[in-house]
Design a protein around this ligand. Structure first.
Ligand SMILES: *Cc1c(COP(=O)(O)O)cnc(C)c1O
Length: 382
């Protein structure tokens, strides 16, 4: 049996998405900037797609900028505000995705000040901490909507209120939440929000940044002036059309997907926690509906992933981005785990296509694998 349980890393392209995209490679291949009918056809597809993406987050179409993915959206938002001001202070958290953290570290080298807020043992940012750190020169607050490694959903609405009250631009990386939690940029009080297509059954290399009307940012790509001058480069029409289709499907299927995934997720959590010295990471309730994350004492996460793989099961230690490095995850350290505990982490992220039989298979395999690994582990002394 082959079971894919790593949907926070990426998802398969939906069949309907693929069908929607295919003609845009060689039949409707026009450049959206061209004046002829080929160009107009592409332009029309582009603008229709913009409406669909906007609809998913309750934004208006003119507030959506298409990008090359979640990482680019995060970079565009953060550098866009930073370069607009030239100097200033940014507030973020210690558990952000590298797309945010590394961008902030880069800006520190360029002379900006950054505050990295701590989180509690569940990975929650305290809105009061955000408020306390605000200074006269604070130009941006960027806090993720839900964490990719531990699934915790942050109190974005409250943080947004604080940002609004203090007149500070607020960005959130919503790559993990779009399509899983309903998103309303107005209710959430956000000024900018990042989305990625390949996490919601769309193609890779496409994303969007919502920028509230009136918010001004400096572009990071200069050229022909596409996307209202914010993102020069000929638009990836096939990718954008696929992304928009994925958004449309996400909106339609979210309720039923979430209900089904939640049940499976809870079954996973309940059963895995029956294993000796297995612990849940992240918030027990305020977490993504498809996300279950753990650590096991006396286990080395990489070996666990490889052994699960030998049973045909795809899971992850925490995030696909950090799993190639051997340092313990910055997220797990931030929630207070010791390095050796952080090394024993496992992340299971469900998708629309997962069946109960697959979960049962995983639940049958996991205790055996843990037992096997502990038998040969020098860290396991019972
Ligand atoms: C995957 C991910 C990203 C990066 O998105 P890409 O489209 O792969 O660049 C950013 N933030 C979070 C929270 C993610 O999970």
């Amino acid at each position: 049996m082959k079971v894919y349980l790593d949907h926070a890393a990426t998802t398969p392209v939906d069949k309907e998405v693929l069908d929607a995209m295919i003609d845009f490679f060689n039949k409707k291949f026009g450049n959206a900037s061209s004046l002829h009918s080929w160009g107009r056809e592409a332009k029309e597809a582009l603008e229709k797609s913009r409406e669909k993406v906007a609809a998913l987050i309750n934004a208006d179409a003119d507030e959506i900028v298409f990008t090359g993915g979640g990482t680019e959206s995060d970079n565009m938002a953060i550098k866009g505000i930073a370069f607009m001001h030239g100097k200033g202070h940014i507030i973020t958290s210690k558990i952000e995705h590298p797309a945010v953290l590394e961008t902030c570290k880069y800006l520190e080298k360029k002379g900006f000040d950054v505050t990295y807020l701590p989180v509690d043992k569940y990975g929650m940012v305290n809105p009061e901490d955000v408020e306390k750190e605000i200074r006269d020169d604070t130009i941006l607050i960027t806090i993720m909507h839900a964490n990719n490694e531990i699934g915790t959903i942050e109190p974005i609405e409250e943080i947004g209120k604080i940002a609004k009250k203090n007149n500070i631009v607020f960005h959130t990386d919503a790559v993990q939440t779009v399509g899983k939690i309903s998103i309303d940029v107005k209710k959430m009080n956000v000024d900018m929000l990042s989305i990625s297509s390949h996490k919601i059954y769309g193609p890779k290399g496409v994303g969007a940044l919502y920028i509230k009307r009136g918010i001004k940012i400096e572009p990071i790509l200069h050229g022909g002036g596409h996307e209202k001058g914010l993102r020069s480069s000929t638009e990836n029409i096939s990718g954008i059309v696929g992304f928009a289709k994925a958004c449309e499907i996400a909106m339609k299927k979210m309720k039923e997907d979430v209900e089904r995934m939640k049940k499976l997720r809870d079954k996973i959590i309940k059963n895995v926690l029956e294993i000796e010295e297995a612990y849940l990471t992240g918030h027990p309730e305020k977490r993504l509906p498809n996300h279950a994350s753990f650590y096991f004492r006396g286990i080395e996460g990489e070996s666990l992933i490889l052994m699960l793989d030998s049973y045909g099961i795809a899971a992850s230690t925490g995030s696909a981005c950090s799993s190639k490095k051997l340092q313990p995850s910055h997220v797990l350290l931030a929630i207070g785990l010791k390095p050796e505990e952080a090394h024993g982490s496992l992340r299971i992220t469900l998708g629309r296509e997962n069946k109960e039989e697959e979960i049962d298979y995983f639940l049958d395999v996991i205790p055996k694998v843990i037992e096997k690994l502990r038998r040969i582990s020098p860290m396991w002394n019972k």
